[in-house]
Design a protein around this ligand. Sequence first.
Ligand SMILES: Nc1ncnc2c1ncn2[C@@H]1O[C@H](COP(=O)(O)OP(=O)(O)O)[C@@H](O)[C@H]1O
Ligand SMILES: [Mg+2]
Length: 365
Amino acid sequence: MNKKIHVGILFGGKSAEHEISLLSAKNVIDALDKTKYEPVLIGIDKSGRWLMNKPSEFLLNSTNPKLIALNKTNSENVALTPQSEGRLMSLNSGYLDKTVDVVFPILHGPFGEDGTIQGLLKLAGVPFVGAGVLGSAVGMDKDVMKRLLRDAGIPIPGFLSFASNRPPKFKDVSRELGLPLFVKPANLGSSVGISKAKDETGFSKAVGDAFRYDTKILVEEAVQGREIECAVLGNDDPQASVPGEIIPTREFYDYDAKYVDENGARLEAPAKLNADTVRRVQELAIRTFQALNCEGMGRVDFFLKTDGTLLVNEINTIPGFTKISMYPRLWALSGISYTELIDRLIQLAIERFAHEQKLRTSHDS
Ligand SMILES: Nc1ncnc2c1ncn2[C@@H]1O[C@H](COP(=O)(O)OP(=O)(O)O)[C@@H](O)[C@H]1O
Ligand SMILES: [Mg+2]
């Protein structure tokens, strides 16, 4: 029998989405084909420490989304070091007899989805699931992401970006983008720090709020339309899923609608769309994925205006993997089960790594 592939699952993290990541990790681990893969669980606590624990003991209150937490008891503080090729090191006792052959990062937001973990995994010489350093960093920075989309001719809402030493003037931006306006930090997720401003007072407050989270912010025209999402899977020849729809019951899809208010939004999958719109969503999702240097997986989010115009809002390079998350749901509806999806993502990571290994790292004539 072939040796099982050891899959390092990295989850938790220093992020507002820590708990969501724990729920996603639990589902990924449950769905992992255990005849082929052996999970190695590494939970990252809220201060950023990597803790290895037994699969049976890694979570507290695992069935309660409100109380779910990392179990730190009996866990080992570990690290991956440069060129260790996946051999884990204990901070207490040196190299362990434990190696990860591939890593599946299930981390959201800064320090997980932004290229930092991806850089560390590259230095360690381990294949990993999802976008590389560049695609992850670009996907996290809404300003750079939107500039690349604009350059690729992909339709997006009008936007302007501002550094904290040159804050926006209400008169100028409202003249250019109209009202209301969306104000958001460049490098966050989960709608944290995002507000909709309808007048000058609201705008000043929104700008102040967004600058609490980042030194760069975006001001965008507010788009009236439906929110459509499409899942993408693959490396060089990515595929797009059937689209889904988010129907917020609040002013917009804010933090509370995502995580606090159970009735804050309805997820409809598949979305009720005509065949032509489905085709356009899928085509734009793949173009977006490619323009942003993504690999493995990505969820592309759109606005669909009443006149049928589609605008890309953003890409998420590590989408949620909870049972109700759009990414796995859209693939299930497109004929790829949760277990098969995880299998494909791991295989894509291994394929990309093998391909990169063939590239020369020195010049010989
Ligand atoms: N330009 C916009 N027009 C209309 N709604 C917007 C706009 N930008 C953001 N929103 C609303 O805010 C939500 C979160 O914004 P988004 O840019 O997707 O940030 P995040 O990365 O935090 O999800 C969107 O899902 C949508 O409901
Ligand atoms: Mg979003």
